[in-house]
Design a protein around this ligand. Structure first.
Ligand code: DLL
Length: 437
């Protein structure tokens, strides 16, 4: 620990150390750590012993990183089958914390952390925040939900680890978020991007100019968002907005983070995570640069090792730029959010890119799937911009429908509404009202 009186101590900048390690160093570290993780999982988690044995693979078969492809994937259902603690590799007395992710259906997935896991997580979030432009001494409003969700507490420990000041507002209570921005004068805010747009609206309702706050930096994640929405948040708030990624099963926020100096996708912290991209149909790994499903093997987890976790997030692996570690392209969608409308595959984010272009519409929307007779129909419910006339809003709705036809190739209904509430945490973009079965 460094004392506040110790003015000679400095926080190590990103210019040195592991974030700039050579590819060979990263590969050597990943290889050693993957081997340990495979052994740890095999010898301490009955599920892994069983599925490795069934496939006829053993941790000793792992010699180099490409050998990982011989090992089985882990799916959310595997975790659910062992609910609540069956996938933990340590005894209860070694657990420092438990989180859970609700998911959309069924049992939550439960994840555990040892003290060391919590330390590693805090280090990686601190590293992420620094990459996003937060500095020691900054005040950081943490508007991710606190609780079983990993967002709030995960971010919080990283803020403190960086040497910044956490303001734990949690999510929701938008009026109070605005009051705290005005009175506590935070330098940075962490939130889901959809919720931040609610905060911006609330500021305007209270006669505040969102561009005229103390905020310098915003770090947004926990749900898909687009370049268009980045532009909107940056323009409205006069901040640098970057993308943070993570998932409970692998750790929580801080698995990958965009660097503020390049804003070109998210650096995945490869000293702690080994990423693969697989073809979602064949499940075979594809080369870097190709689009597919992200599969992650965390390399240092004690309480909850997972091998080849299928995230269902779609992205590609890109070479490093601001750091030597590889980047993930902005995660635009999950493959379970894919809409197949009369044979055309599309994602909510494709509509979002067109919605942000309409000045008379707000980036508040939901995609509603219904069945009329034997036909599936898709309605984009989108909020009108109250600063524009009804006529302008209606014209924007008609224009949006045309743009969707021209650019995506499908016919949808567009409903311009006074309010569209997609939730206060992660936005629910897709509402499937079709009869089940
Ligand atoms: O959402 C962890 C987190 C908290 C990340 C705060 C970033 C900030 P889960 O609730 O387990 O964990 O949800 C994980 O959310 O598989 C993605 O589908 C989605 N997701 C998370 N970050 C991003 C992002 C947290 N930056 C799931 N872009 C993931 C797109 C994201 N999707």
């Amino acid at each position: 620990m460094t004392s506040v009186l110790d003015i000679t101590s400095s926080h190590h900048g990103p210019e040195t150390g592991i974030e700039f390690a050579s590819r060979d160093e990263i590969t050597a570290l990943q290889t050693a750590r993957a081997k340990n993780t495979l052994r740890h999982a095999y010898f301490n988690v009955p599920h892994y012993r069983r599925v490795f044995d069934e496939l006829g693979v053993h941790p000793d078969d792992f010699k180099e990183l490409s050998d990982l492809a011989k090992f089985p994937f882990t799916e959310k259902n595997d975790l659910r089958a062992e609910y609540p603690f069956g996938m933990f590799a340590v005894g209860n007395h070694q657990l420092a914390r438990i989180h859970a992710s609700s998911g959309t259906t069924g049992l939550p997935t439960v994840v555990g952390y040892t003290r060391n896991d919590i330390e590693t997580w805090a280090d990686l979030v601190a590293r992420s925040l620094r990459a996003g432009g937060v500095r020691p001494g900054d005040k950081v409003q943490v508007a991710f939900g606190y609780g079983l969700f990993t967002g709030g507490l995960g971010a919080h420990y990283g803020v403190e680890k960086l040497g910044a000041t956490a303001i734990p507002t949690s999510g929701g209570m938008t009026e109070r978020q605005v009051q705290i921005i005005r009175d506590f004068k935070p330098d940075a805010i962490l939130a889901t991007p959809s919720y931040m747009l609610n905060v911006v609206d609330r500021m305007r309702q209270e006669g505040m100019d969102p561009a005229d706050t103390s905020l310098r930096v915003g770090i947004f994640g926990a749900e898909p968002w687009t370049e268009g929405m980045r532009g909107e948040l940056e323009r409205n708030l006069g901040i640098d907005a970057t993308d943070i990624y993570g998932l409970s099963e692998v750790m929580g926020p801080g698995v990958a983070q965009e660097c503020v100096e390049t804003k070109d996708g998210l650096t995945i912290w490869e000293d702690h995570f080994y990423p693969e991209i697989v073809d979602p149909e064949t499940l075979q790994p594809v080369p870097d640069g190709e689009l597919g499903e992200l599969v992650i093997t965390p390399l240092t987890k004690e309480a909850f090792p997972v091998i080849r976790y299928r995230t269902h997030d779609l992205t590609r692996l890109l070479p490093g730029t601001a750091r030597s570690m590889r980047r993930l392209e902005r995660i635009s969608a999950r493959n379970d959010d894919m809409i197949i409308l009369r044979g055309v595959n599309c994602f909510p984010s494709q509509f979002e890119e067109l919605i942000v272009e309409e000045a008379a519409l707000k980036t508040k929307y939901q995609c509603i799937l219904e069945r009329k007779g034997r036909m599936d129909t898709l309605t984009i419910a989108v909020e009108g911009n109250p600063d524009c006339s009804q006529k302008e809003q209606d014209a924007a709705g008609i224009h949006l429908k045309k743009q969707i036809k021209n650019r995506i190739g499908i016919t949808v209904n567009v409903d311009v509404l006074e309010t569209v509430n997609a939730g206060e945490g992660k936005a629910k973009r897709l509402v499937d009202n079709r009869p089940k079965g």
